[in-house]
Design a protein around this ligand. Structure first.
Ligand code: PRP
Length: 176
């Protein structure tokens, strides 16, 4: 990376937080008739989801979707549609949606609405990061690893122009 980045969360801090959330989910979903379906919203969630599921002590199923924003330039103001859908039939299933970051919450609000229309038994939201600085309406994740401030962050699945997703830590980058 360039000299404009600052590490915010190192691998040890991330691992501890992911284990904490994994333990919460394991406790909440123990003794269910069917394993929860854990849905990753691509692309950003894939690293978090991969680490999270390996901390669970309950079985789970995995699926992915891709949501895209339309209408305006920023994902925080556009209309969100699912452009790659899940394969699973989630009717009557416990569903946990995972995201790398919750910002305006437009993405998760829309994805939840779409998935709720398919009659899951339950629907929860699990995020790695919660950046609650420009939320237009209240939206709370059921599980989260960290709150962060108003910084542009990369690594651990998060990108800047498709770069940096592979970094095992989370860093803040300054505009160049
Ligand atoms: C990011 C992130 C969430 C969304 C959060 O996705 O992964 O999906 O933005 O923002 P919101 O709460 O304001 O809707 P992005 O569009 O950058 O795509 P990516 O996951 O492929 O990086």
């Amino acid at each position: 990376m360039s000299g404009t980045e600052r590490i915010l969360l190192d691998e040890a801090a991330i691992s501890a937080a992911v284990k904490r959330v994994g333990a919460q989910i394991s406790a909440d979903y123990a003794a269910r008739a069917k394993p929860p379906v854990i849905i990753g919203v691509l692309k950003g969630s894939f690293v978090f989801l991969a680490d999270l599921i390996r901390t669970l002590t309950v079985p789970c199923e995995i699926d992915f979707l891709t949501a895209k924003s339309y209408g305006q330039n920023s994902h925080s103001s556009g209309v969100v549609q699912i452009v790659k859908d899940i394969d699973a039939d989630i009717t009557g299933r416990d569903v946990i949606i995972t995201e790398d970051i919750l910002e305006s919450a437009n993405t998760l609000r829309s994805v939840c609405e779409i998935l709720r229309s398919r009659s899951p038994a339950s629907l929860k939201v699990c995020v790695f990061l919660d950046k609650n600085v420009k939320r237009e309406a209240p939206f709370e994740a059921d599980y989260k690893c960290f709150d962060i401030g108003d910084e542009f962050v990369v690594g651990y699945g998060l990108d800047y122009a498709e770069k940096y997703r592979y970094l095992p830590y989370l860093a803040a980058i300054a505009a160049e």
